[in-house]
Ligand binder design. Structure first.
Ligand code: DOR
Ligand code: ZN
Length: 422
């Protein structure tokens, strides 16, 4: 074996003290003891979990690298225990054509600490066929948000057909199908009323109701239990974000809490927790959307929507496990296994044949999130001061990339294209 990591690992059978043997970056053997190894990590006092998979990050490169780039964005993800990220296409230029995609792969390779996938934009100008087998997924915006890339209601069913023909998973921002009224917003309540969950419900129905049977459709940042049910009933999958679980519009967050779709009411948020705990929804994704402090300090109406979250997603969910709001197997299903299955990458489980992407954690050692210790370029967090459990060590394909909140490895992130098999 190249590497052996010893600890209490989350296997199909539950938490088990064992050795994980790694060869060529993959888990080659899991056994009580493995005696021969070039390198050995004795982490027997820690839990070993699959590292996180985050299917929803905006690393802003190319075009907005004053907010983030693949280097800082991936540092952020990895330190927070996430070793695979999927970047969204609302960059400048948008990632729409095969050449945009190739350019982004080239930019990110050599710069990224995490393995990565790329979602290409699906709209009327996209040649989806040319992206088949190359992009990791497609992304469609049903509604207007950062980037101005929304599609019209009458385009939805044709575009779903294109994605199905390309056999790529389709990620959908489903927020509104009709134009929003022109209203000035002054606070989080106004933002929520302007872009209410009634619109989100309609958009989800318009998308899920037209889903070709065989396609993989993943609804992003679902804010209500009702929309999670629509997704499940249509055979689609759905993402929930940590911010819609942990933050709501009654909190005095001002522009720092301005996101699309908006933070909802406390009661909607608590129902989302219940839904999650009962197994509704499939993934927890961060929708890491960094904007600069200066942009967020603008008037409420002018400030951009979005907040960073790649580094805090796993630590906040681990804290939820420590508080018994979720069990460890559920965390691993939402944050690791299901996201990997949706795009078809051999990650997200501690099993022979899977990539050795592993985190070591101690559920007894929580700490308060401190924005100035985080690695995103944007330098702030709406979760500042909340308790979280950061991993002690993070391994990407058997190599240690982060330890005790700092990067210790190389920028060895690889691209995973092709859309997998689901
Ligand atoms: O709040 C958001 N910010 N929602 C989105 O859909 C886009 C994102 C961004 O890119 O800033
Ligand atoms: Zn997003």
């Amino acid at each position: 074996m190249d590497v052996v990591i010893e600890g209490k690992a989350l296997l199909d059978s539950g938490l088990t003290s064992c050795c994980i043997g790694i060869s060529d970056g993959r888990i080659a053997k899991i056994a009580k003891t493995i005696s021969i190894a070039d390198r050995r990590y004795d982490l027997s006092n820690l839990l070993l979990l699959p590292a996180g998979i985050d299917l929803h990050v905006h690393f802003r490169e190319p075009g907005m690298t004053h907010k983030e780039d693949f280097n800082t964005g991936s540092m952020s993800a990895v330190v927070g225990g996430t070793t695979f990220v999927m970047d969204m296409p609302n960059t400048l230029p948008a990632t729409r054509s095969l050449s945009d995609l190739k350019e982004k792969i080239e930019t990110a390779s050599g710069k990224c600490y995490a393995d990565f996938g790329l979602a290409a934009l699906l709209d009327s100008r996209t040649n989806a066929e040319s992206l088949a087998g190359r992009a990791t997924a497609l992304k469609m915006y049903v509604g207007e948000t950062t980037g101005g890339l929304g599609v019209r209601q009458e385009e939805i069913s044709g575009l779903l057909g294109k994605a199905a023909a390309a056999k790529l998973p389709l990620m959908v921002h489903a927020e509104h199908t009709v134009p929003l009224p022109e209203i000035e917003e002054t606070d989080l309540d106004g933002h929520d009323r302007h872009r209410s969950d009634g619109y989100e419900h309609m958009a989800a129905k318009a998308v899920c109701g037209n889903k070709p049977q065989e396609m993989r459709l993943h609804l992003l940042h679902v804010t209500t239990a009702r929309v999670l049910k629509i997704a499940r009933e249509s055979g689609s999958t759905a993402e929930i974000t940590p911010h819609h679980l942990l933050l709501d519009k009654s909190m005095k967050l001002g522009t720092w809490g301005k996101v699309n779709p908006p933070l909802r009411s406390k009661s909607t948020r608590l129902k989302l927790w219940e839904a999650l705990a009962s197994g509704l929804g499939d993934t927890v994704g961060s929708d890491h959307s960094p904007h600069t402090i200066a942009e967020k300090e603008e008037d409420f109406d002018a400030a951009p929507s979005g907040m960073p979250g790649a580094e805090t997603r796993m630590p906040l969910m681990l804290q939820a496990v420590a508080e018994r709001r979720l069990d460890i197997a559920q965390l691993s299903r939402y944050c690791c296994r299901r996201p990997a299955e949706i795009i078809g990458v051999p990650k997200g489980q501690l099993k022979e044949g899977f990539d050795a992407d592993i985190i070591a954690v101690d559920l007894r050692t929580g700490a308060k999130i401190s924005a100035d210790k985080l690695h995103s370029k944007c330098g702030w967090s709406a979760f500042d001061g909340m308790r979280a459990i950061f991993p002690r060590a993070v391994f990407l394909r058997g190599e240690k990339v982060s330890e005790a909140g700092e990067i210790v490895g190389e920028r060895a992130g690889r691209y995973f294209g092709g859309g997998g098999s689901g």
